[in-house]
Design a protein around this ligand. Structure first.
Ligand SMILES: Cc1cc2nc3c(=O)[nH]c(=O)nc-3n(C[C@H](O)[C@H](O)[C@H](O)COP(=O)(O)OP(=O)(O)OC[C@H]3O[C@@H](n4cnc5c(N)ncnc54)[C@H](O)[C@@H]3O)c2cc1C
Length: 383
């Protein structure tokens, strides 16, 4: 592992910092639509949305290392996201770049970069989550169309999305369950699609059940070959897990937690002066540093042209553990106010503490990460 940046990379870091000084001054109203519109326009002009995507599709053609620098600096300053089409940028776009036809790239990539609309992800089903390859959503080809019938669940932001990247079963008789799965790109306003929002425990409805009743999808909307859906998905999810910028996000959250500890009281003193709390915060720091080193390990592999590897599951597992522990400590330090929805900081710690399923379950549960670490990192036998 080489921790030194090249002079070019140092220059790029300085460029990002200068951009942030100029365009994200202290006190900027980051949620104001006028500010966000201008922010996104400037990011697009610099080609920092889709920064690592090839220049020929409209991306920035940036190196992996530059991308890490960009995301780190943005995260340190709590900048708004790099682009607004979340799943489009995270994995739909990269999958289309890797597996899409020229027509699909032309049709979808510019809109994803411009954030014209949202994409959602139709993978999980009521009987298929961790064991995704057991999915049953039925799909039959009729001439130039596929006909889809089945149900998806936990589909984040389905109610605000214009398109869904959907996994369906085209061959129920395939010898392996990983074969016979196909990936389709489906407009959410297709006839026969019904979206039913699911309310979560923090009171919001961010995900939904999505029903498909004889939905007709043109064959030209297939991503990759028929039966190749599993490979499309695996490479797409690798994009999800390859980021180390989440470490910067955790460091920032820990700083906020320390700040809360300075303001909170325990046994008549600031909570930050309490030995037990200091010990817990110290452990958080050590784990985050471990995550940073592990992230560097994955990054080193990527810089050598290899995939980031199963080690990224270690960071997924630790992040889940840490975010839950942060939420618990934040509520504990508020004492009896911890039970009240809006007493401290407008209730953001309560919302944070109730949002754990997103980091713990979304993208693969801790048990599944442990299986991956045991089998693919430690080389332990399956049973
Ligand atoms: C906030 C949130 C957003 C989500 N967004 C989306 C989305 O946009 N699109 C989408 O398709 N899905 C989405 N999901 C679904 C998510 O991917 C699944 O919930 C997840 O994969 C787990 O599947 P499951 O809920 O069916 O649980 P199950 O797979 O039924 O697991 C239940 C329990 O059994 C354990 N378990 C299962 N298999 C094993 C095993 N082999 N070894 C050991 N333990 C095991 C699990 O760890 C878990 O504790 C989202 C989930 C959440 C919470």
């Amino acid at each position: 592992m080489d921790f030194q940046l090249t002079p070019e990379e140092e220059a790029f870091r300085a460029e990002v910092r200068a951009f942030l000084d100029e365009n994200l001054p202290k006190g900027a109203k980051k949620t104001d639509p006028a500010f966000l519109g201008e922010w996104n326009r400037k990011l697009r002009a610099k080609r920092w949305v889709g920064f690592s995507w090839p220049k020929e599709v409209g991306g920035g053609g940036g190196t992996i290392m530059e991308q890490v620098i960009l995301k780190e600096e943005m995260s340190k300053r709590k900048a708004p996201p790099l682009g607004t089409c979340m799943m489009g940028l995270a994995w739909v776009g990269p999958s289309i770049i890797q597996y899409g036809t020229a027509a699909q790239k032309q049709r979808f990539i510019p809109d994803i970069l411009d954030g014209k609309y949202q994409w959602c992800t139709g993978y999980s089903e009521p009987g298929s989550g961790s064991d995704l390859a057991s999915l049953q959503c039925r799909c039959v080809r009729e001439g130039d169309e596929y006909v889809v019938t089945g149900q998806k669940i936990w589909t984040s932001i389905a109610m605000w999305s214009k398109w869904i990247i959907l996994l369906v079963r085209t061959d129920p008789n395939a010898t392996s369950k990983h074969d016979g799965i196909t990936c389709l790109l489906v407009p959410m306003d297709s006839k026969g699609v019904t979206v039913r929002p699911i309310k979560n425990m923090s009171g919001g409805a961010m995900f939904a059940e999505v029903f498909f009743d004889n939905v007709r999808v043109p064959v030209e909307n297939r991503l990759g070959e028929e039966g190749q859906g599993w490979q499309v998905t695996v490479s797409a999810l690798q994009h999800e897990r390859s980021s180390i910028a989440e470490v910067t996000g955790l460091q920032r959250k820990l700083e906020e937690l320390k700040e809360l500890a300075r303001r909170s009281r325990k046994n008549g003193k600031p909570a930050l002066a309490d030995d037990g709390i200091r010990r817990r915060i110290g452990r958080f720091e050590a784990k985050i540093e471990g995550m940073r080193m592990n992230g560097m390990r994955a990054l080193t592999k990527q810089l050598r042209g290899e995939p980031p590897g199963a080690e990224t599951s270690i960071n997924k597992l630790l992040r889940a553990e840490l975010e839950v522990a942060f939420g618990e400590l934040a509520l504990e330090m508020q004492g009896s106010a911890g039970h009240l929805a809006r007493e401290v900081d407008g209730g953001r710690w309560q919302t944070f503490a109730l949002s754990w399923p997103e980091v713990v379950i979304g993208g693969g549960t801790p048990n599944i990460q442990k299986n991956i670490i045991a089998e693919r990192v430690l080389g332990l036998p399956k049973d």
